[in-house]
Design a protein around this ligand. Structure first.
Ligand SMILES: [Zn+2]
Length: 191
């Protein structure tokens, strides 16, 4: 019995490891998961750099090229909301932060080699993915007071369910998640 179990266990390991590697490659190249975005936060002294990547589905509810006036307006409105970084991602007032730069793009995701990529690709409704990609530079006069972050991202963007948060500071790296139910991240001890 135990031999069978350990046999199964090693089989499971054998199967799982390549699957994980494949999943990692898939994440870099292939379609994202709708509902899930990524927020990278790098804190260094008074400077905070943030990078947000979100599926178009999460932000505007579609990923094809905007064709109607309504769709184009929705994309522009979303970009404007995302550009206002300190409204979307609130830092403590005591930290006295201000946005130095914000850049928001709506990018078409590159398809994997071999994936369907025919002439219909640019037509509205064609199966493809797009993402909103935002980069921010923030400076804080009192970075020691950056003890947390609160977001209205989920209130603003109806399709968003989860943000995977990666935090890098001189003290090291840590991960967290923000969700509709918990739109906050604790940054105590990160500075
Ligand atoms: Zn997608």
């Amino acid at each position: 019995m135990s031999k069978v179990l350990s046999g199964l266990a090693s089989l499971a390991i054998f199967v799982t490891v390549p699957a994980l590697a494949e999943e990692a490659a898939h994440r870099q190249l292939g379609p994202h998961v709708h509902g899930q975005g990524t927020l990278d936060i790098a804190i260094d002294g008074k400077k905070i750099e943030m990078e947000l990547v979100s599926p178009g589905m999460d932000i505007v509810g579609f990923e094809h090229v905007a064709s109607t006036d309504d769709q184009k307006a929705a994309v522009e409105k979303a970009k404007a909301k995302l550009a206002d970084v300190l409204t979307v991602f609130k830092l403590p007032a005591a930290a006295k932060c201000k946005a130095e730069a914000a850049n928001v793009e709506n990018r078409k995701e590159t398809h994997k080699p071999g994936e369907k990529d025919d002439d219909d690709d640019d037509k509205p409704g064609a199966p493809q993915h797009s993402e909103f990609h935002a980069t921010y530079t923030i400076s804080c006069e009192a970075p020691e007071n950056v003890t947390g972050l609160e977001t209205v991202y989920f209130t603003n963007f109806a399709g968003a369910q989860l943000l995977n948060v990666n935090i890098t500071s001189p003290k090291g790296q840590t991960q967290a998640q923000m969700t509709r139910d918990k739109p906050t991240v604790d940054l105590t001890g990160v500075m």
